[in-house]
Design a binder for this molecule. Structure first.
Ligand code: MG
Ligand code: MG
Length: 239
């Protein structure tokens, strides 16, 4: 999983560098797929998963997750874009997401992105032996709501390993000491999905793209994390 995670990190880093006004989400997907497959034995986890047609999920502005890359979807100055990437190496998956500004965005949008990233890191900090799933959600929710933002309930993090999505579910809200206990060797995807407005969502007619119901901006940051006796180990980031 760490080998898959290293490729996920490098793919997202590549995409971050490509994001600029005028590029299409299809362009990002094509470059990412080419890069992933350039590593022997690696393939994009999302392509074909539940019938998803592309290698990345790319979600712009009020789109929360599962946006389908398209040559018609051109990034514009002032957008924010969430890029979600999964890679499989020899049967083991890793999953990570980032949200980045396209060109310049207002300071309040920068603050929103930074708070969501901090909410992820606060959640990861709780991924420790003896803690519970609720400790992670509580930490994510506390940071997000302190910033004045909405925590999406309908979508959650998940176990990840030989399948992309495994038990347990990892919600982004919760109460300390509640939910499943974290055991040594568990590997989970922690992924705050946060809005600048209300947390309710709806599904677009393409049956994939989830958007905020009120049209507010949404951010998504994710890492795959292993619970170890030495604390949380982020598998989708260099040590
Ligand atoms: Mg993901
Ligand atoms: Mg995930």
């Amino acid at each position: 999983m760490a080998r898959a995670g290293a490729i996920v990190f490098a793919t997202l880093d590549l995409c971050r560098g490509l994001v600029k006004p005028g590029i299409s989400t299809e362009d990002l997907d094509r470059e990412a797929e080419k890069f992933i497959r350039s590593h022997p034995g690696a393939k994009p986890s999302f392509k074909g998963l539940y019938g998803f047609p592309k290698s990345l999920c790319i979600s712009v502005n009020e789109e929360v997750v599962h946006g389908i890359p398209s040559p018609k979807r051109i990034l514009r100055e002032g957008n924010i874009v969430s890029i979600d990437c999964g890679v499989c190496v020899e049967g083991f998956h890793a999953d990570s997401a980032i949200t980045v500004p396209v060109g310049h965005v207002p300071p309040e949008t920068e603050r929103f992105l930074e708070t969501t990233r901090q909410a992820l890191m606060a959640g990861i900090e709780q991924a420790r032996l003896g803690n519970h799933i609720g400790d992670i959600g509580h930490a994510v929710q506390t940071v997000s709501e302190a910033g004045g933002y909405g925590v999406i309930r309908e979508l959650v993090g998940h176990g990840v390993g030989t399948k992309m999505h495994e038990d347990p579910q990892v919600p982004n809200h919760g109460k300390p000491k509640r939910g499943e206990r974290l055991l040594e060797g568990m590997t989970i995807a922690i992924e705050p999905m946060i809005t600048m407005g209300d947390y309710k969502t709806k599904l677009l007619p393409d049956k994939w793209t989830v958007v905020t119901a009120d049209g507010s901006l949404a951010a998504h940051f994710e890492h795959t994390v292993a619970v170890t006796r030495n604390g949380p180990r982020i598998l989708t980031m260099p040590a």
